[in-house]
Design a protein around this ligand. Sequence first.
Ligand SMILES: [Fe+2]
Length: 230
Amino acid sequence: MATTPGLIHGRFERGFGWIPEPGGLMERSCTALAVDGKVWLIDPERMPDVEREIEALGTPAGIVMTIGWHDRDVDWYSARYGIPVYAAAHLRTVLVRSRVQRVVGTVPGTPFQLLDVSARGVSRFWTESALWWPEEGVLVTGDAIGSASYFVPRSQRAGQRLGVHPFRRPSPPDQLRGVSPRRVFPGHGVSVDEDAAGALTQALDSAPKDTVKGIITSVREVVSRLRGKG
Ligand SMILES: [Fe+2]
């Protein structure tokens, strides 16, 4: 568990996001959403005092993984609260020891839809889902869309808050074009709760198709960040 102060972000009446290591390289972010007194944890990672925040929302009821390699502290939370783990049926591999209940469509007992945002073509090994809560307009992404520094190249950063993962630029998650969120909670980076639909559209429209250039740009961003310049 991270020992540095974590960050709570995007708090609203039915949930919040948290980043255990805000200054860390990956800017991993996790999400808690509450429905009828029950709390659902999406791609959760441990952070001091976050359990108190989670329990203030309601009773933990389940965990949802958006992408198979976001194992993070899923097993720990599942054991801590005795709650099941859910993942979309289309994910090829899910890297947790807990038993995983595979989902097609809606997570049982919730209004959460798991959208298939997997890559296509040569990148089709990359299977992923996004959680969509239509009534609240909440979209939770895993890796395909994010707000961390390496998702949004510096050259595009003026006014742009969300970007497509560098490795997903040849096959951006166009499945999200029909979604119009009020809030986006990415798996990496802080949430967006102002004109989130516009930010999502901008991310999809501006994803550079040049993967090599995108990766080089992202590596530069990470190096800048390590040097404290990012
Ligand atoms: Fe990730």
